[in-house]
Design a protein around this ligand. Structure first.
Ligand SMILES: [Fe+2]
Ligand SMILES: [Fe+2]
Length: 262
């Protein structure tokens, strides 16, 4: 059954096994209504990278080969977490329409693809996933929102993944300027796909708000406070966010409430 397969993939501790398990998920065998018990070992991940606090990850200049590898490594880690996040929403939350689960399987596949592109690139630089320490912010938000689908949608795809839309053009440009043409190309592919992931988050968040008679903007504010989401920071990639389905009113509220970079 598809949701059990997603759970099994989530439990895989080896990255290569996880990518293979995602490819094997069979979306035609879908039971939307069973509630699955949470096993130990979520999320499955390798012993390395060592997980450290967000401020303990050393910032290095991209003008050195090691600095560039460290940057690519941090992106590999984000995509590894993103695979787990997509798988987690599939098995954990029952009772949604079929299309919901199919959307997240597609996201899981694309995250696995991003992971593979970046991990191969990292390998070409002489390093592997696990060689640098990493931080656990993405999974931390998954943990906090594990019993609230509306909060998960609000704060993972619509906040943390949307943050990626803002950040990736600058990273792409930095890589290109440092001569990493392949890295810049990969960032371009990821940005294109991530617009789709945020759009899927927006679609289901909007649908749940409508069903429950909630105002999406006020509800977002309440959830961000309740689950201690990080304050959003500009500058925003408004074009990509618009394409991902944020309404003009949402973008206005975002800009009003943001921490300004200066
Ligand atoms: Fe991704
Ligand atoms: Fe994504």
């Amino acid at each position: 059954m598809m949701r059990q397969q997603a759970l099994a993939a989530l439990l895989c501790t080896c990255a290569a096994d996880k990518v293979a398990a995602v490819a094997k998920i069979n979306p035609t065998q879908l039971d939307t209504s069973s509630s699955l018990a949470e096993p130990a070992g979520i999320p499955g991940r390798p012993d390395r990278p060592e997980l450290v606090g967000p401020f303990q990850v050393r910032q290095r200049s991209v003008n050195s080969a090691v600095g560039r590898a460290a940057l690519i490594h941090s992106l590999v880690h984000i995509e590894f977490n993103a695979i787990n996040l997509a798988l987690d929403i599939i098995w954990r939350f029952e009772g949604m329409p079929q299309a919901f689960y199919l959307d997240w399987v597609q996201v899981a596949r694309e995250e696995a693809y991003h992971f593979s592109l970046l991990a191969d690139h990292l390998k070409s630089m002489g390093f592997a996933y696990g060689d640098f320490p990493a931080h656990d912010g993405l999974w931390d938000m998954a943990r906090r929102t594990s019993s609230d689908l509306l909060a998960r949608l609000a704060l993972v795809p619509r906040t943390l993944e949307a943050r990626g839309l803002d950040a990736s053009p600058a990273i792409r440009d930095k890589l290109r300027a440092a001569g990493d043409v392949r890295g810049a190309e990969i960032l371009e592919i990821i940005l294109r796909d991530e617009i789709g992931h945020v759009a899927i988050g927006n679609k289901w968040y909007g649908q749940l708000c409508t069903e429950r008679g909630l105002d999406p903007i006020a509800q977002y504010r309440a959830l961000a406070r309740q689950y201690r989401a990080p304050r959003q920071r500009g500058p925003f990639n408004l074009e990509a966010r618009r394409e991902a389905g944020f309404s003009p009113a949402e973008l206005e509220a975002l800009q009003e409430e943001a921490v300004n970079p200066d």
